[in-house]
Design a protein around this ligand. Structure first.
Ligand SMILES: [Fe+2]
Ligand SMILES: [Fe+2]
Length: 465
C-alpha cells in the first residue's frame, strides 16, 4: 500500500484500478464464468451521495469500469447501495456481500436478488479484488467506529440468564404456581401459548385428500416429480425439527422458564403433526414409498443432516447463551424462517394459482399459521438472549446467520437447477424475494433488542406474521 497511490473509494481512478485487479483475477474469472450484466455500487453518507462506480461484467471479464454517471445508475442491471462505513466493512471482508444484501445492510435498488445469489463466490472475488486496490475513504474513520461500536447502555443484565428464574436443585424446589408468583401472564410468550391452544389443534387426519388424489393422477410426470421433490424436502425437514427440538426445551425448562416451556410443548406437538400430515400425503395421494432422499442435495444434506442436528444436540451438554443463540438461529431463523416458511408460501401459492389439491392447500394454511408462531418464539428467544447477554450474543447471531445463509439460499437454487423447466409457473424469485423480506424484518426486530431492556421486551406483544 505504501508504494502504490491510494485512490478515493468509488472515484474514477479507483474504478479503473478495480477493473485492473479483476482482469488479473483467475478466481473471479472462474466464479463469474456465466455472469452476464452490469453492476453499479453506490455509496452514501448521511443520506447524501458519496460516490458510485459502474462495471460492465460479462462471463468473468470486466469489460469496463468507471465512476457511475446518472445514466449508468439508471441503466445498470444491478444497483447496490450502502452507507460508506458499510462499504468499508464489506471491502475489509467483515461483511459478506450476499449476507449484506439478505440482511438489508446493502440494498439492492435495481435487479433481482435471486439472480445474484448463485454468485456467492463471484461476489466475494469481486470484493476481494476491490480490497486489493489501495483505498481511502473520505473522512469516515469516525463513522466506522460509530457503526461498529456497541451501544454503551447494553451491558448484560445477568451472565447467568434468568437468575430469579433458575430452577432449584431437587429437594429445594420452589413451585411458583403454588406461591404468590403464580403464572406470569405478562410474558409475551403466553400470547403464543394461548394462540397455539386455539389454532394449533387441527388434526392431520381430518384433511380431506380425495380431490388431491384425483388431481395427482391427472398431473404430468414432471409435475408429479417436482411435487414429490418438494414434499421430500418438507417431510425430512419436519422430521428433523421434531427430533431436534427437545434439547432446547430441556434447556429452557432447566432455567425455570415455565411459561416458555409451556409454549414449547405446543411447538413440538405441532411439528409432530407436520410430520404426520406430509406422510399422509405421500401415502394416500402420491402413493409413494420409495426412498425420497434421492432428492436431498448437498446443501440440503449440509443443513438437515449436519448443521441443524449438531447445533441442537450441542445443547445437551452446553446450555450457554451462545449455544442457545446458535441453535435458535439455525432452527428458527434459517430452517423455519428462510426455508420452511418460504417453501410453504411459494408452494401454497402455486397450488392456489393452479387450482390444485385443495386438501394440501388447506394443510399449507395450517402449516403457515403454526410456523409463524414458531418463528415468533425464535425472534423472542433471540431478542431476550441479546438483551440479557449483550453484544457477544449479537455477534454469535450475526456470525451464524452469515454461515448458514449461503447453504440455505444454495438449497433453493439446488431445487431449481434440478429441472430444465419448472412446471406450475414456479419461480425462483417467489422463493428468494419472500425469504429476503421476512428475514430482514426479523433481523431488524432482533437487532432492536440491542437497545432494549427486558421490560421493553415484555411490553411488546409477540407478532406472528
Ligand atoms: Fe413444521
Ligand atoms: Fe416449526
Amino acid at each position: 500500500m505504501s508504494q502504490t497511490t491510494s485512490h478515493q473509494a468509488f472515484s474514477e481512478p479507483w474504478a479503473r484500478a478495480w477493473a485492473d485487479q479483476l482482469r488479473d483475477d483467475e478466481a473471479y474469472r472462474k466464479a463469474a464464468a456465466t455472469w452476464e450484466g452490469s453492476i453499479a455500487l453506490e455509496a452514501h453518507r448521511e443520506g447524501e451521495p458519496a460516490g458510485a462506480v459502474f462495471a460492465d461484467l460479462w462471463h468473468g471479464e470486466c469489460r469496463t469500469a468507471r465512476a457511475a454517471s446518472v445514466d449508468d445508475l439508471a441503466e445498470a442491471d444491478y444497483v447496490i447501495r450502502a452507507a460508506l462505513p458499510i462499504w468499508k466493512k464489506v471491502m475489509a471482508g467483515k461483511v459478506d456481500p450476499i449476507f449484506g444484501l439478505m440482511s438489508g445492510k446493502l440494498k439492492l435498488s435495481r435487479g433481482k436478488l435471486a439472480h445474484l445469489t448463485p454468485y456467492i463466490s463471484a461476489s466475494k472475488a469481486l470484493v476481494r479484488a476491490a480490497a486489493r486496490v489501495p483505498t481511502h475513504f473520505p473522512g469516515d474513520d469516525a463513522e466506522l467506529t460509530q457503526a461498529s461500536a456497541a451501544p454503551s447502555h447494553l451491558a448484560p443484565t445477568s451472565s447467568a440468564g434468568a437468575s430469579s428464574n433458575q430452577i432449584a436443585a431437587p429437594g429445594q424446589r420452589h413451585y411458583r404456581t403454588t406461591s404468590e408468583g403464580g403464572l406470569d401472564h405478562g410474558l409475551p410468550v403466553m400470547g403464543l401459548w394461548h394462540k397455539g391452544k386455539k389454532l394449533g389443534v387441527w388434526d392431520p387426519r381430518d384433511i380431506d385428500f380425495t380431490a388431491d388424489l384425483a388431481d395427482w393422477r391427472r398431473l404430468a410426470d414432471i409435475e408429479r416429480e417436482v411435487i414429490l421433490h418438494l414434499t421430500s424436502l418438507f417431510q425430512a425437514g419436519e422430521e428433523s425439527v421434531t427430533l431436534d427440538l427437545l434439547p432446547l426445551i430441556q434447556v429452557i425448562a432447566g432455567e425455570g422458564r415455565l411459561e416458555e416451556e409451556m409454549y414449547l410443548t405446543s411447538f413440538l406437538f405441532e411439528e409432530a403433526k407436520h410430520v404426520e400430515v406430509f406422510r399422509r400425503f405421500l401415502d394416500e395421494v402420491a402413493e409413494d414409498r420409495s426412498d425420497l432422499s434421492r432428492f436431498h442435495g448437498d446443501n440440503y444434506r449440509l443443513i438437515f443432516y449436519d448443521r441443524l442436528p449438531t447445533a441442537m444436540s450441542r445443547l445437551r451438554h452446553d446450555s450457554s447463551p451462545a449455544a442457545q443463540a446458535e441453535a435458535s438461529v439455525t432452527y428458527n431463523m434459517i430452517v423455519e424462517g428462510v426455508l420452511a416458511e418460504t417453501g410453504y408460501h411459494a408452494y401454497g401459492s402455486i397450488l392456489e394459482r393452479n387450482g390444485l389439491m385443495p386438501g394440501m392447500q388447506q394443510t399449507v394454511g395450517y402449516l403457515k399459521a403454526d410456523e409463524s408462531r414458531h418463528l415468533a418464539y425464535g425472534v423472542y428467544l433471540l431478542s431476550r438472549l441479546v438483551i440479557e447477554h449483550g453484544e457477544p450474543i449479537w455477534r454469535v447471531i450475526e456470525q451464524r446467520m452469515e454461515e448458514m445463509l449461503p447453504p440455505a439460499i444454495g438449497l433453493i437454487h439446488e431445487l431449481f437447477e434440478a429441472y430444465e423447466e419448472m412446471p406450475f409457473g414456479l419461480e425462483l424469485e417467489a422463493f428468494t424475494d419472500f425469504a429476503m423480506g421476512q428475514f430482514q424484518k426479523r433481523m431488524k426486530r432482533i437487532e432492536r433488542a440491542r437497545r432494549q431492556s427486558l421490560d421493553d421486551l415484555r411490553r411488546e406483544p409477540v407478532r406472528t406474521a
